[in-house]
Design a protein around this ligand. Structure first.
Ligand SMILES: Cc1cc2nc3c(=O)[nH]c(=O)nc-3n(C[C@H](O)[C@H](O)[C@H](O)COP(=O)(O)OP(=O)(O)OC[C@H]3O[C@@H](n4cnc5c(N)ncnc54)[C@H](O)[C@@H]3O)c2cc1C
Ligand SMILES: NC(=O)c1ccc[n+]([C@@H]2O[C@H](COP(=O)([O-])OP(=O)(O)OC[C@H]3O[C@@H](n4cnc5c(N)ncnc54)[C@H](OP(=O)(O)O)[C@@H]3O)[C@@H](O)[C@H]2O)c1
Length: 247
């Protein structure tokens, strides 16, 4: 059961024709970086709600969510049209286990995202814990087109602050981009190109991998990482691969 409260839209930033970020003022429970909230709108006399990862870090007062318009979806096209000052429902309660307290220690942490699943990693990266627990942090963002490589300024700020400890590796799958890797993440793990680009190896001893987004990417990437000796991280049997699927 949702416990809807009313929030106010403070900003709706459109990055492309399909990608947008909503900033919302609302009084909800505290969350941990990597968790998600639920956004809702009234459609045909009932509230239709969907989960969205927090993009802001927990200490930041405005709530931020990063979304893509799925044209046939009931909620995302309507969220895209919200204006400053509009009301939006948000669940007072927060949820999710895609958080660092579920991730065992390691030397390197790889954060692999497709599309809008960049969001929870920004929340984690703008919190302190990840910098206290890991030496090397690699953020991988895989998108179809160059223009979908959003939040570049945030990544640049982190790079300025953390220098060699932090690197971002973009993938662009459906057009040429000389600064990005081509194709998909699992193929680049299997052929060694991702490790070469990062100048780090995937090893069961040193690596932790958090990945989020497209469910097919999660399956294919897990299979590629298994061949390198990494396994799924479970509470009863800790491993190296922690995932969150967006659908
Ligand atoms: C735990 C969790 C956290 C999530 N966090 C986010 C988030 O931060 N940002 C976000 O954009 N979405 C997120 N989603 C997906 C989100 O809840 C909605 O499904 C999405 O916004 C589409 O909503 P809809 O009602 O328009 O269509 P839906 O009926 O919910 O989805 C229709 C179809 O759209 C596709 N789809 C759904 N989400 C995405 C996506 N993010 N990227 C590409 N294709 C997608 C799938 O094929 C899905 O079957 C999350 C989902 C889960 C389970
Ligand atoms: N992005 C757009 O231009 C666009 C246009 C029309 C509609 N949409 C809507 O938005 C949704 C897609 O959003 P999106 O582009 O952010 O997400 P996406 O389809 O998940 O694509 C994001 C990235 O994930 C990659 N990927 C897909 N399957 C993978 C797998 N099995 N293993 C590894 N990587 C994989 C894609 O590569 P590939 O390119 O090789 O698939 C792409 O680089 C669609 O459901 C559609 O409704 C998007």
């Amino acid at each position: 059961m949702s416990n809807w409260v009313e929030g106010k839209v403070v900003e709706n930033k459109h990055w492309t024709d399909l990608l947008y970020s909503l900033r919302i003022e609302a009084d909800i429970d505290p969350f941990v970086a990597g968790q998600y909230g639920r956004l809702g709108l009234e459609i045909d006399d009932q509230i239709v709600g969907r989960p969205y990862s927090f993009v802001n870090a927990p200490h930041e007062p405005l709530l931020e969510f990063y979304s893509i318009t799925v044209s046939e979806g009931p909620l995302s096209p309507r969220l895209a049209k919200l204006d400053v000052g509009d009301s939006i429902y948000i669940d007072k309660r927060v949820n999710g286990f895609f958080t660092l307290n579920e991730v065992p220690d390691g030397r390197d942490i790889w954060m692999l995202a497709t599309g809008t699943a960049l969001g929870p990693f920004l929340s984690i990266l703008n919190s302190e814990e990840v910098w206290q627990r890991f030496k090397n942090i690699v953020l991988v963002h895989a998108v179809r087109f160059k223009k979908e490589l959003t939040y570049q300024e945030d990544a640049a700020n982190l790079k300025d602050k953390f220098k060699d400890r932090f690197q971002t590796i973009p993938f662009v799958s459906r057009e040429e981009a000389d600064f990005a890797l081509p194709g998909r993440i699992p193929a680049a793990i299997e052929n060694g190109i991702l490790e070469e680009k990062a100048n780090l190896q995937f090893t069961a001893e040193h690596s932790q991998v958090m990945m989020c987004g497209n469910p097919d990417m999660l399956v294919d990437t897990r299979n590629a990482l298994k061949k390198k000796g990494l396994k799924k991280n479970l509470r009863r049997s800790p491993g190296q691969i922690t995932t969150e699927s967006y659908w």
